[in-house]
Design a protein around this ligand. Structure first.
Ligand SMILES: Cc1cc2nc3c(=O)[nH]c(=O)nc-3n(C[C@H](O)[C@H](O)[C@H](O)COP(=O)(O)OP(=O)(O)OC[C@H]3O[C@@H](n4cnc5c(N)ncnc54)[C@H](O)[C@@H]3O)c2cc1C
Length: 546
């Protein structure tokens, strides 16, 4: 086996080898990948590992390919097979039931596209820690004022929002965005002329991104977006149940719509998500717990606008001992608590762990997960929208409203557009108040522009602090979340300077005014390399974020 050859390879007939070759990347080595098989088959096949002595190739031949109940109809020489999942449903059910543990549903995944959903729903769809990987339309690279084929601005208009104040308020925000965007792009271009050696593409892209960054605060939370989610069956099952429990009708509708599509590709893995036996009672439990906790939560009658900021609410006073002991534990033969009790050289250990880090992708080691920080963050919804995407931490937010005030990008004043921004946002705040009284604070969130602040907490390990602060303080990022990342880092440095001494890739600088300029130049270099020419052309890469 040292040469990578599998023991069962000689046991296959030529016909079997030909068949296997269609589904596996090789028929004789100990490492191989599955291909041309639907997700349900891959999941069911892997689940057999825990219950059989046979090799996977033998299982595939004996139990799946030669079994009509599996719904696979291999035709040698034919094109890739499609399993008749409906026909094979009982078969897969039996295989998976035989496995008996929920984790089998992690063995198959699906890509699902979800389009034309509000930013609020997008946040709910992206609110998973493990097993779901989302990618969403950017507010920086995509203009949001394009009217749909119906001639309407792109915002959520569910029947739950039927109120005379809603549509005019949303139209007013989109009109303001729409009227300001072209002149602002021109102003930004005048202020940041094309530099020598910069391509037209890079300059236009960087200046446009700047203008869209400055204006995105006008977009309401109802703004429609598109996203793609890749996830495993187990994560989807939980996500669907959570969506079904949501207090937003839009999310509850999405639970049903997504379930219907996932049932077509990974039915065995999402069957329970909404059913009467498991899913529905789980969703009911979540909804009940939410409303009971809400009934107990103290509230203040009115709150004053608060400045955006990051507070360190909680941290371990013995963090250094914990981290250093955990760092040495694998190389010691002492119990962990004995190591924690020793007077170890913190700086020497931290140097040993991280002095050699050459860039932010050289990850801080796992020992840094031994200590946690709880941050309470007050920042605008735009910054929240971006930072919420971090999964290696615990987070919860309060309702989005207008009472904590809003942010106006300082540069808009220089471009003479701050007044128009203020006026659109103030008008939206008035409409929000009316909708809050009429529809309640949960639904009224749809009407709130991204410029308004909300409060949320992050509880993150020191390792995630390194990751998030280094990634999100980068100059190419949006200034609003850069500021939050920088502040998080400063709060930790105030209490544990020795523990963050090696977070060298946190950028505490102000950044230049055209954040995307350097990134766009990098993209040009990549395009040039790819094209093997000196004149980068427009293409998919040119449109991507980094
Ligand atoms: C400049 C910039 C532009 C961006 N543009 C967009 C955009 O246009 N559209 C968009 O949707 N998002 C965009 N993002 C968000 C980005 O895609 C990430 O969702 C976000 O930065 C969270 O980062 P993370 O996954 O590294 O962090 P975390 O979720 O905090 O995870 C920390 C680390 O854990 C590991 N990890 C966590 N989950 C998984 C997993 N499921 N599989 C494998 N490894 C995992 C990874 O190593 C990861 O780096 C942008 C981010 C930046 C910084």
């Amino acid at each position: 086996m040292q040469d990578g050859t599998a023991t069962d390879a000689p046991g296959f007939s030529e016909a079997e080898q030909a068949l296997l070759a269609r589904y596996l990347t090789n028929t004789d080595r100990r490492v191989f990948a599955l291909r041309n098989l639907p997700e349900v088959v891959k999941g069911a096949l892997f689940s057999r590992y825990s219950r059989t002595e046979k090799s996977l190739r033998r299982v595939l031949l004996d139990e799946f390919l030669s079994n009509p109940a599996a719904g696979i109809a291999p035709e040698p020489g034919g094109s890739d097979d499609l399993v008749d999942v409906a026909r094979g449903e009982d078969f897969y059910e039996r295989v998976l039931v035989g496995y008996g543990d929920d984790s089998v549903a992690e063995l198959a995944g699906a890509h699902i596209a979800v389009e034309q959903v509000s930013n609020l729903a997008a946040k709910a769809l992206e609110d998973s820690r493990i097993g779901i990987s989302p990618l969403e339309k950017s507010t920086r690279y995509v203009r949001f004022d394009r009217r749909g084929s119906d001639g309407l601005f792109p915002y959520h208009r569910g029947p739950e929002l039927a109120h005379p104040a809603y549509l005019p308020a949303m139209d007013a925000l989109f009109s303001a965005y729409s009227e300001m965007v072209a002149p602002l792009i021109e102003n930004v271009r005048e202020a940041h002329p094309k530099e020598a050696g910069e391509t037209e593409r890079a300059w236009k892209s960087a200046t446009r991104a700047k203008a869209l960054d400055l204006l995105r605060g006008l977009l309401p939370a109802s703004t429609l977006t598109n996203l793609g989610l890749y996830g495993n069956g187990r994560a989807f099952e939980y996500l669907l149940t959570k969506l079904a429990a949501s207090d937003l009708p839009e999310c509850r509708d999405l639970a049903g719509e997504m379930h219907a599509e996932l049932e077509q590709v990974i039915p065995a893995f999402v069957r329970r998500a909404l059913d009467d036996r498991y899913g529905a009672p789980a969703a009911a439990y979540m909804a009940t717990a939410r409303s009971r906790a809400a009934g107990l939560a103290p509230r203040q009658d009115s709150s004053l606008p608060v400045p955006a900021g990051v507070r360190l609410v909680d941290f371990d006073t013995d963090a250094e001992r914990r981290v250093v002991a955990a760092a040495l534990f694998p190389y010691s033969d002492l119990p962990l608590d004995d190591l924690q009790g020793l007077d170890l050289d913190v700086e020497a250990v931290m140097r040993a762990l991280m002095e050699e880090r050459a860039n932010r992708r050289h990850r801080a080691p796992r020992a840094l997960e031994q200590t946690h920080y709880t941050f309470e963050i007050t920042a605008n919804f735009g910054a929240y929208r971006d930072l919420q995407r971090h999964r290696m931490l615990s987070q919860q937010r309060q309702l989005l409203g207008t009472s904590l005030g809003y942010d106006v990008p300082a540069e808009l004043t220089a471009y003479g557009m701050a007044e128009a921004f203020h006026s659109a946002v103030e008008q939206a705040a008035g409409a929000h108040k009316i909708l809050e009284d009429a529809l309640g604070p949960t639904l009224a969130q749809y009407s709130v522009p991204l410029a308004f602040r909300l409060r949320w907490y992050f509880q993150a390990s020191l390792r995630e602090v390194y990751h998030l602060c280094e990634l999100r303080s980068g100059r190419e990022g949006h200034p609003d979340y850069r500021h939050v990342a920088q502040e998080m880092f400063r709060r930790v440095r105030e209490v544990h300077p020795r523990l963050v001494a090696h977070a060298r890739f946190v950028d505490l600088g102000l950044g230049d005014q055209l954040a995307r300029r350097a990134s766009e130049r990098r993209i040009d270099r990549k395009l040039t390399e790819l094209a093997g020419s000196t004149s980068p052309s427009r293409g998919p890469l040119a449109e991507r974020s980094t």
